[in-house]
Design a protein around this ligand. Structure first.
Ligand code: KG4
Ligand code: ZN
Length: 346
C-alpha cells in the first residue's frame, strides 16, 4: 500500500510518498521563500497562486522519485488546516480530484498534529505519555499525548507565535525572510548576555505563551541603541533575543513536564531546527530524566512526509468516510481546551 501526502498550508508546496510500513519513498518540498522575501513575509494571494502553478509538478516529482505511478497510490492525505485558506484549498482540491478520479480514500490532516507526527515517523517506539511543544511560524502550543492521535492542549500563544516574533524582528532590521535561520546564523558569534530581555510572566498559572511583549522590548532596544544590520553589536543583540525566545519556550515546557510527568518530550515545528533550542531542549530532558525527541531538520519545517504519515495512522482507525469531496479546509487552530473533556482524540 502507498499513500501520497500533500501539504500547502503556507508557503511550501510539498508532496511525499510513504509505504504502509511508514518508509518515506520520496519527499519533495518546493519553498516560495524567494517570492515572499521581497515583502519580508508571506503574501497570502501570491502563496496560493504559486501553489496552483507548481502543485502538479511537485506531485509528479514525488511520484517519480518514489518510482510509484499514480495508479499504485492507494490513499491520499492532505492538510485541511490550519493555514492560509487559499493555499490550503489548492492542495486539498488537488487531492480531492485524484481521490475522486481513482476512487481511493482521502484523509484530511491537521497541520499542527502533522508536525507532532514527524517525531513518530522517525521514532516509531516513542514512549507515551508525551508532552509535545510545537513551535512554528504560525503556532506555539503545548500538548499532552496520552495515546496515539489523542491530544490535549496544555497551552498556546496568546499573541504572536515564536517563529513569527523571530521573523518580525528580522524584517524590522532588514535581515531577510524567513527570519529564524538568519537570526540563528548571525547570532552564532554573539554573546547572549550583553542584552538583557525580561520575560513576561503570566498572571495566572497557565501554560500559555506570549511573545508580543518580548517583541516590543526588542523594538525598544533597537530604538535606544540605534541597532541596525551594520551595527557592531548586532550578533550580541540577536543572540540575546534568540536566547530569550528559547527561555520563554522551555520555561513553559519545564512546567508542563513537572505537571504531567511524561515519559517523553517532543520538540517540533519549523523553529525546532534552531540549534540553540535543540541543545537546550535536550539539556532540559536530561535534567528531568525524560526521553527527548526532535525530528531531523528537514522534518521540522513544513513537509508532506509528516502529512502522509499522519494520514496512514488515521486510516488505521478511520471509519468509512462518506465522500472525500465533503472535506473542507479550515483556517484556524482546531484543537481547543473547550472541546468536551478538553481533549480531541480521533
Ligand atoms: O513549521 P514551519 O515551516 O511553518 C509554519 O507552520 O509556520 O515554520 C516556519 C518558521 C518560520 O518562522 C522560520 O523563521 C522558523 O520556522 N525557522 C527557524 C529556523 N528555521 C526555520 N527559527 C529559528 N531557527 C531556525 N534555524
Ligand atoms: Zn508548519
Amino acid at each position: 500500500m502507498h499513500v501520497l501526502g500533500i501539504e500547502t498550508s503556507c508557503d511550501e508546496t510539498a508532496a511525499a510518498v510513504l509505504d504502509d510500513r511508514r518508509k518515506t519513498l520520496s519527499s519533495v518540498v518546493l519553498t516560495q521563500d524567494a517570492i515572499h522575501a521581497l515583502y519580508g513575509g508571506v503574501v497570502p494571494e501570491l502563496a496560493s497562486r504559486q501553489h496552483l502553478a507548481t502543485i502538479g509538478r511537485v506531485v509528479c516529482e514525488a511520484l517519480r522519485r518514489a518510482e510509484i505511478p499514480l495508479e499504485r497510490i492507494d490513499a491520499y492525505a492532505a492538510t485541511q488546516g490550519p493555514g492560509l485558506i487559499g493555499s490550503l484549498l489548492v492542495g486539498l482540491s488537488f487531492a480531492k480530484a485524484l481521490a475522486y478520479y481513482f476512487e481511493k480514500p482521502l484523509v484530511g490532516v491537521d497541520h499542527v498534529e502533522a508536525h507532532i507526527e514527524a517525531a513518530f515517523l522517525e521514532n516509531p517506539g516513542l514512549p507515551l505519555p508525551a508532552v509535545a511543544l510545537v513551535v512554528s511560524g504560525g503556532h506555539t502550543s503545548l500538548f499532552f499525548l496520552k495515546k496515539r492521535l489523542h491530544y490535549r492542549l496544555l497551552g498556546r500563544t496568546r499573541d504572536d507565535a515564536a517563529g513569527e516574533a523571530l521573523d518580525k524582528i528580522a524584517k524590522f532590521l532588514g535581515l531577510g525572510y524567513p527570519g529564524g535561520p538568519v537570526i540563528e546564523r548571525m547570532a552564532e558569534s554573539g554573546d547572549p548576555e550583553r542584552f538583557v530581555f525580561v520575560l513576561p510572566k503570566m498572571k495566572d498559572a497557565s501554560l500559555d505563551f506570549s511573545f508580543s511583549g518580548l517583541k516590543t522590548a526588542a523594538l525598544r532596544l533597537i530604538g535606544e541603541t540605534d541597532m541596525s544590520d551594520s551595527h557592531p553589536r548586532l550578533p550580541d543583540f540577536l543572540a540575546g533575543f534568540e536566547e530569550a525566545v528559547v527561555r520563554a519556550l522551555l520555561d513553559n515546557l519545564h512546567r508542563a513536564a513537572e505537571k504531567c510527568d511524561p515519559a517523553s518530550l517532543i520538540l517540533c515545528g519549523g523553529v525546532a531546527r534552531n540549534k540553540r533550542l535543540r541543545r537546550r531542549f535536550e539539556e532540559l530532558a536530561r535534567s528531568t530524566g525524560t526521553a527527548a525527541f526532535i525530528p531531523s531538520p528537514a522534518l521540522c519545517t513544513d513537509n508532506a512526509a509528516m502529512v502522509a504519515a499522519l494520514g496512514l495512522e488515521k486510516l488505521k482507525t478511520a471509519k468509512k468516510t462518506s465522500s472525500p469531496l465533503d472535506l473542507d479546509a479550515y483556517p484556524r487552530f482546531a484543537i481547543t481546551k473547550e472541546e468536551p473533556g478538553g481533549e480531541r482524540g480521533r
